[in-house]
Design a protein around this ligand. Sequence first.
Ligand SMILES: NC(=O)C1=CN([C@@H]2O[C@H](COP(=O)(O)OP(=O)(O)OC[C@H]3O[C@@H](n4cnc5c(N)ncnc54)[C@H](O)[C@@H]3O)[C@@H](O)[C@H]2O)C=CC1
Ligand SMILES: O=C(CO)COP(=O)(O)O
Length: 330
Amino acid sequence: MNSKVTVWGNGTWGTALAQSLARSGHEVCLWCFVEEEARAINANGYNPSYLQDFQLSPLVHAAHALQEAAEFSDYWLFVTPTQFLRATLEKLVPFYTSHVEIANAAKGVEISSLKLISQLMEEFFPGAAYTALSGPSHAEEVIRNLPMALVSASRNRESATLWQKLLNRETFRVYTNPDVTGVEVGGAVKNVVAIASGLLHSLEIGDNATAAMVTRGLSEITRLGVALGGRPQTFSGLAGIGDLMVTAYSRHSRNFRLGEMIGRGMTLNEAAAALGQVAEGAYTVKAVKKLSEKFSVEMPISSAVHEVLYGRLDLKDALQNLLTRDPKPE
Ligand SMILES: NC(=O)C1=CN([C@@H]2O[C@H](COP(=O)(O)OP(=O)(O)OC[C@H]3O[C@@H](n4cnc5c(N)ncnc54)[C@H](O)[C@@H]3O)[C@@H](O)[C@H]2O)C=CC1
Ligand SMILES: O=C(CO)COP(=O)(O)O
């Protein structure tokens, strides 16, 4: 089926997803927060700000006007950074109709409300069909059409299957999953562990230490996910360990690179500016800290990342604290 899809967000991931949808023959309206970027994409056929080296399919066109993008299609795919999503959704309420199928491919937890993205969508579009798309998927590889796989998670099987059909191709494999909460927690919190991985990398303390930290990181992601209602098995799937691996071990990862830069001496603000792209883990960690307190979930790695980024704890002291915790069963 060839359809029309609106992609809300022309950052690195939105641009790669738009191109991927066009490769499957879908017509795409790529909504741009910045008006000049929409103009430049339509004039030159590539995104001047993200993935500049890649010519976009003629099936992709850009729009800045919310109404134009909203009325273009009944398939709305959000790729807006999480902390900006509320302001975007507020403006879209007047254009929403019950025909619209909503999907989201951004990863994070809203700091102000501690809501997952599915809960934010429910706040603005009560009862809407909603699907979370998540898994190991660096945009830099997707835009080059290299093979990957992700999860289409919805409580409504028809919606999960609909997005699977829209997106699935040989190089873009899509698996359905009913566990929206688990998939969203996995995608959001792995970014915090990826920052920890970058921090450890800067200390050059070895692969063993990173493997141990990432594995214990998966434990705390799972603990939080299950406390919020997710299924344990989701965390051993693509949206759990799969995404954790690709983010904690890849040079493409914004979160890994942010952690590495901070570990080498930059402040958070300096590292974020040098990155020039969103590293969601730096925001999600604030929400995770509050959630872990609210649900009494022990999350020592996330807590250490929070202290290093926002507290006064030196990285080496944070590591020392982790290494000297009381021994316990796995
Ligand atoms: N880059 C990647 O490979 C992947 C990213 N993601 C997730 O996708 C989401 C977007 O990430 P990227 O595309 O990498 O970000 P990016 O940093 O490349 O782009 C950020 C986008 O946000 C827009 N923006 C800036 N201020 C805004 C505002 N106030 N309101 C609305 N939009 C605003 C920018 O114009 C730009 O389009 C994040 O949640 C990220 O975790 C998920 C999978 C892969
Ligand atoms: O979510 C991602 C890959 O699946 C991208 O992670 P980064 O934002 O750290 O690059």
